[in-house]
Design a protein around this ligand. Sequence first.
Ligand code: BGC
Length: 363
Amino acid sequence: MKKRLLSVILAAGMTIGLLAGCGGAAQPASTSDGGAKGGSKVGVSMPTKDLQRWNQDGANMEKELKAAGFDVDLQFASNDVQTQVSQIENMISSGANVLVIAAIEGSSLGEALDMAKEANIPVIAYDRLIMNSDAVSYYATFDNYKVGTVQGTYVKDTLDLDNAAGPFNIEFTAGDPGDNNAGFFFNGAYDVLKDYVDSGKLNVVSGQKTFEEVATPTWATEVAQNRAENILSSYYADGTELDVWLCSNDSTALGVENALAANYSGKYPIITGQDCDIENTKNMIAGKQSMSVFKDTRTLASQVVKMVGQILNNQTVDVNDTKTYDNGVKVVPSFLCEPVFADANNYKTILIDSGYYTEDQLK
Ligand code: BGC
């Protein structure tokens, strides 16, 4: 009770500090461009090196923070919650002035966040919202619900659901239940398709259509692949044709694509994804994945570096959404970047011409 009271007082202090432009912790000399000199240190905690996107996010954050004059402590947590907690605690003990955290599990960082709060260190939730904590000051991400609507709309338009007779067979694969984003992606897509599922124009042959039934713990390719193999052998081995497999992201789409290659010989279905990972972009070029949603990690990194500078330089912090992201304790002021539709027709412009990948990386 006493500890809780202390936390509340400290949290209130931090909020007032932030409103007043005081980022807590040591203040660096400010610069007019929002960067900082004087050795301000930013702790950047990423979930894992196993998935391509977090390596890119980490590398972009490190590069941009250094270019803006900050010291950086970048850590990857091997998708292990306790490792992430320890890494964040070490960042705090070694003098981080701001923490940028992409949580493995949105609700499991309690101890580390309490410590950040007590040390008055602002926390920016990176890409994934940190849940059930008032220690999180800001959230920067892509518009997660929109990612799902882009996927759902692609399916609707490609099958011409308003005019075609159907019915079409569909399966769903969603993300990690511990990641708050996963529900937004799934709901965004499902909301576009729900009426067609309800009317029977889209037929979920396995019958698995709730988020809980189609979720993929840790977003792992192998987990998505195992579930897809089971569904294919149980429901499609008799020659039933599959028209769509709606996948929330690329790591899970890859699992479905692997499962289809070995367990299905009918007409190749529409497959959705997200991230434009290299393997998936190659698959789009080869016709094994229909689309992806490009989230330029350079844009997100630049935005977060800007927010870090604004916090430490006592400036108003850029946000464009103050309603959507309720973490159970507070609505976290957020900046949402725009996701972009990608397929085999536009990948050259958005991925190669923009310098995100080289042509060789996609061979
Ligand atoms: C990210 C996605 C990513 C997924 C798996 C989500 O939180 O927003 O871009 O595909 O995690 O790493």
